[in-house]
Design a protein around this ligand. Structure first.
Ligand SMILES: NC(=O)c1ccc[n+]([C@@H]2O[C@H](COP(=O)([O-])OP(=O)(O)OC[C@H]3O[C@@H](n4cnc5c(N)ncnc54)[C@H](OP(=O)(O)O)[C@@H]3O)[C@@H](O)[C@H]2O)c1
Length: 338
């Protein structure tokens, strides 16, 4: 085992799009687990858009990351030493332990994973928080019905890919929006959406052509120009699932006019939602989704970057649409993959 723990700290709060200088990469002492704790070696670190909010220092539904702190994030890791009765050396587990290669963490709150049931990295994506977000947003707000038209932005991403496949299984016409021809080809050819529109091109006319009966449900992941094109095309009694607005997370100044970002954070009745409100749906979602992932009926794609030192640059890429699939950093060897 190495003697040091490599960590990424928040050095300064980004102004607009984050830059590598906003982060500091340091070597700290390897932590010692106390009673009730385990020493976890990180294997996979999830990079997610919500982290942009945490490092901004804005008041929100969660505590911001303070300057000098390890950036938070969910990690799948291996137990190296255990002082908790439920965990043994070698166990694979999921927890929220941040951008670092090792952590000493309470056994309470750590979820043991079964590598035989699904690749362990899926606990960060399709069978983790993003998958549950797609399920909860559709089930509690969108409630799509057969024959309706559902539009999904960031359609090739961690949340969008699941949302679109689930809406398709309900018998809806599903139209994705994604950045670029490769992502659009994957959304239709790989994921089975009925159409996918490239938001780098002209969107308004393309939406009219792809949605001849208007839009009944919009799964909002992006905001900005995409939202302005979709919004006027919603039908009477349409439902807008206010999941996120990544295109606006790096605005240094507020945009003119009312911003709908608040709808996500404050759960205004448009209706915004935060996945942690729906933790009770997790068992139901996993019971439905895990067999479909195993059989290949529910498809997913991961974008795996190697090494914690590359986490800041990969995170900046996520905010610019350079990831293609669920973005994950490999922190160390995965003993479950040969
Ligand atoms: N409410 C909740 O509890 C909750 C939970 C999880 C996630 N979310 C939200 O869900 C959304 C998707 O998250 P994810 O984890 O699935 O990420 P993701 O889709 O895997 O990755 C982000 C994608 O957003 C798109 N994007 C980035 N900047 C954009 C811009 N300026 N204009 C248009 N598209 C842009 C890019 O795709 P393209 O290249 O295709 O544009 C990028 O690949 C985010 O807004 C996130 O904050 C909310």
């Amino acid at each position: 085992m190495p003697e040091t723990n490599r960590q990424v700290l928040l050095k300064r709060r980004p102004n607009g799009m984050p830059v590598p200088e906003d982060f500091a990469i340091v070597d700290a002492k390897l932590p010692e687990p106390d009673d009730g704790q385990v020493l976890l070696r990180g294997i996979y670190l999830s990079l997610d858009p919500y982290m942009r909010g945490r490092i901004s220092g804005q008041r929100s539904y969660a505590r911001p990351t303070e300057l000098g702190e390890v950036i938070e994030g969910r990690v799948v890791g291996q137990v190296m030493r255990s002082r908790h009765p439920d965990f043994r050396e070698g166990d694979i587990a999921l927890g929220g332990y941040g951008w670092q290669t090792y952590s000493a963490v309470d056994g309470k709150g750590l979820i043991k994973l079964d590598a035989a049931a699904a690749p362990i990295s899926t606990a960060l994506g399709i069978l983790g928080m993003p998958g549950l977000t797609a399920y909860a947003g559709l089930k509690t707000i969108g409630q799509p019905k057969a024959g309706e038209t559902v539009v999904i932005s960031a359609a090739s991403g961690a949340v969008g890919a699941v949302a679109g496949q689930l809406a398709k299984r309900e018998g809806c016409r599903v139209v994705g929006i994604a950045g670029g021809a490769d992502k659009c080809a994957y959304v239709t050819g790989g994921l089975g959406f009925d159409a996918c529109l490239d938001h780098h091109g002209e969107l308004a006319g393309a939406l009219d052509a792809a949605c001849p009966n208007g839009i009944d449900v919009y799964f909002e992941n992006v905001g900005g120009a995409v939202q302005r094109a979709v919004y006027p095309r919603l039908n009477d009694f349409g439902r807008m699932i206010m999941c996120g607005m990544i295109a606006e997370y790096n605005d240094a100044d507020p945009r003119p006019g009312p911003s709908l970002v608040a709808a996500v954070r404050k759960r205004l009745k448009i209706q915004g939602f935060i996945v942690s409100d729906h933790a009770a749906l997790r068992p139901e979602y996993l019971a439905m989704a895990a067999p479909l992932v195993r059989s290949g009926a529910l498809k997913y794609r991961e974008d795996i970057v190697d090494g914690i030192d590359n986490a800041p640059q990969a995170f900046i890429g996520l905010l610019q649409g350079r990831n293609f699939g669920k973005l994950i950093v490999r922190l160390g060897d995965d003993p479950t993959r040969s």
